[in-house]
Design a binder for this molecule. Structure first.
Ligand code: HEC
Length: 96
């Protein structure tokens, strides 16, 4: 009598892909003033990590950073929004 040859199926391990929800590498900014403006203007080209991984920086440095995003990388951010964004960064990511 022929055995074997048809063993697969019953005991073969079945690969079950797991679906888990991860934010696309910490793509969101923490709560703070003008959060919406920051979210709208600072996530087009890179994740929030690019900002959050920086050390705590003084306000003037953040202002220069936002200016750099606009001038060097051509981020389409208005003067008014840039000021709001600097307020957010100074409030949430500056030394005390
Ligand atoms: C038009 C695209 C664009 C937008 C919009 C943008 N950035 Fe950037 N940003 C870049 C690029 C390009 C880099 C450099 C990436 C690299 O070095 O890999 C960068 C890098 C950075 C860095 C890392 C330090 C540095 O100077 O390289 C910080 C901090 C940063 N961005 C903050 C911001 C903030 C805050 C905003 C919102 C005001 C913003 N970015 C919006 C393109 C953009």
């Amino acid at each position: 009598m022929m055995m074997g040859g048809a063993a697969w199926g019953a005991s073969a391990p079945v690969f079950k892909p797991q679906s888990i929800e991860l934010p696309a590498d910490a793509a969101t900014f923490p709560e703070g003033p003008n959060l919406k403006v920051v979210t709208q203007n600072c996530l087009a080209c890179h994740s929030a990590d690019m900002v959050l991984d920086q050390p705590l920086l003084p306000r003037a440095t953040w202002a220069a950073e936002v200016t750099k995003m606009r001038n060097v990388y051509k981020a389409p951010i208005s003067d008014a929004d840039a000021a709001l964004i600097v307020d957010y960064l100074a409030a949430t990511h500056s030394p005390p």
